[in-house]
Design a protein around this ligand. Structure first.
Ligand code: HEC
Length: 170
């Protein structure tokens, strides 16, 4: 008897929510719609504040220059650090610049970065300089492949900043 009563109650609730359209389903849908519009506006805000590819490149450019002075001064710990900073920026570009078609080419700088990393491990300046030339060529090849051939990267002549000592510390 009890279960029959429960069954009738259940049917009544179900019918009620079905006919008046104001049952639990409707409120869940409303909540979902509100959450979706919140997600949309957050996504819009993220797009507005995330660094663009050009900004990421400007950071890579600084690390590229610092890497050179660290390497030629045989400050291998700093050189290792700069390689990792470039790799982090490359990862960042791959993660957040998915809307830019050029991003899929960015991994072309990984092989020269690996050559440099191995030279750093061996404390080998000749190999480091060779790797650095390959890296700089990869920067320019990607720029050429993506109609940014006017943006030419070179081996730096002067230190990028005057408030950092690139020499190896005792
Ligand atoms: C995807 C391949 C790719 C690789 C690899 C690459 N770049 Fe770029 N780079 C670009 C693109 C695309 C732009 C234009 C970005 C924009 O539209 O703002 C750019 C722009 C730049 C800029 C212009 C930013 C400015 O304000 O002057 C610099 C500097 C730069 N890259 C340096 C480098 C350096 C240094 C390397 C190598 C360590 C490198 N890039 C490797 C694609 C690449």
């Amino acid at each position: 008897m009890k279960s029959r009563q429960f069954f009738c109650f259940f049917i009544a609730v179900l019918a009620g929510s079905f006919f008046c359209g104001c049952g639990p389903d409707a409120s869940i849908l409303q909540k979902l719609a509100a959450q979706q519009s919140q997600i949309d506006s957050l996504r819009q805000k993220l797009d507005q504040i995330k660094p663009g590819l050009g900004e990421i490149m400007a950071v890579i450019q600084t690390h590229h220059a610092k890497l050179w002075f660290a390497g030629i001064n045989e400050n291998w710990k700093l050189a290792d650090f700069e390689v990792k900073e470039i790799k982090e920026m490359v990862d960042m570009a791959e993660n957040i610049e998915t809307g830019r078609p050029e991003t899929k080419f960015i991994s072309m700088i990984n092989p020269p970065l690996d050559t440099i990393a191995s030279a750093i491990q061996k404390n080998n300046t000749v190999e480091f300089k060779h790797g650095f030339s390959l890296l700089t060529a990869a920067c320019n090849n990607c720029h050429k492949d993506n109609n940014f051939e006017f943006n030419v990267i070179t081996i730096p002549v002067n230190q990028p900043v005057t408030n950092q000592d690139f020499r190896s510390q005792p």
